[in-house]
Design a protein around this ligand. Structure first.
Ligand SMILES: N[C@@H](CCC(=O)N[C@@H](CS)C(=O)NCC(=O)O)C(=O)O
Length: 223
């Protein structure tokens, strides 16, 4: 059995943060596919009792621990591996600041936007898209400005703040209906730098369930 099991699915940028970190640190890990679309497994009482009371992925199982919230998982894996960690109190606070901003305002809006654009039924009113898009543009502009000054969010080297921030940014532009790389050139160059790190892989190659398949949690093999 692998050291780490990650409950995830390919379309989840929140889970991608954890999967990418596991790959970048060279961890021995295996995905456990949560069939978000077909089964709504994460909404079952069984999932909420045994796996995550919050009803979300990612969940990282390691020994007796089951960790949730990608920020917590990144911090745990960073501390255990000694890789991608901020150094000293100032950097730690700075990393936390960007991770919270990301969770709430960058990928916290991008994830729902992509979800409703591709999968929500019924499709929400255009006003919902307009509201989210306005927030996305403004917040990505803040990240872009930051990355015009330094190669990574905290300066010269990649940290868990960068691994958090990339969450949804490698998914295809047509899933959003707009091109993040074209609109935010410094973000695009930074995405290329992160992509060049040894161990990088695209979310659709790293996690099971793309395009769609059957769930390990339903007792069938993942694709
Ligand atoms: N802040 C959480 C967000 C996790 C999250 O929203 N995950 C989604 C999948 S991308 C989920 O499991 N949603 C369950 C649901 O909406 O029922 C994190 O960073 O881990």
């Amino acid at each position: 059995m692998a050291d780490y099991q990650l409950y995830c699915f390919a379309q989840s940028g929140n889970a991608y943060r954890a999967a990418l970190m596991l790959n970048l640190i060279g961890a021995d890990w295996k995905p456990v596919w949560v069939d978000f679309f077909a089964g709504l497994v994460q909404r079952t009482a069984e999932f909420r009792t045994d796996i995550n009371e919050m009803g979300e992925v990612p969940v990282l199982a390691h020994g007796d621990k089951k960790l949730t919230q990608s920020a917590v998982i990144l911090n745990y894996l960073g501390k255990r591996s000694g890789k991608f960690m901020p150094q000293g109190e100032d950097e730690e606070l700075e990393a936390l600041r960007w991770i919270v901003f990301d969770n709430q305002k960058v990928n916290g809006f991008l994830g729902p936007y992509r979800f409703i654009n591709n999968w929500a039924k019924p499709r929400p009113d255009q006003a919902v898209f307009n509201f989210l898009k306005g927030r996305i543009d403004a917040n990505l502009a803040i990240v872009n400005k930051r990355l015009e000054k330094a190669p990574y969010l905290l300066g010269g080297r990649p940290t868990i703040a960068d691994i958090s921030m990339v969450a949804y940014l490698y998914y295809p532009a047509d899933e959003f209906g707009f091109d993040i790389r074209k609109d935010h050139p410094a973000v695009s160059e930074w995405l290329d730098r992160v992509k060049a790190l040894p161990g990088w892989a695209h979310p659709y190659d790293l996690m099971p369930g793309y395009p769609f398949g059957t769930s390990l949690l339903n007792g069938k093999p993942a694709p």
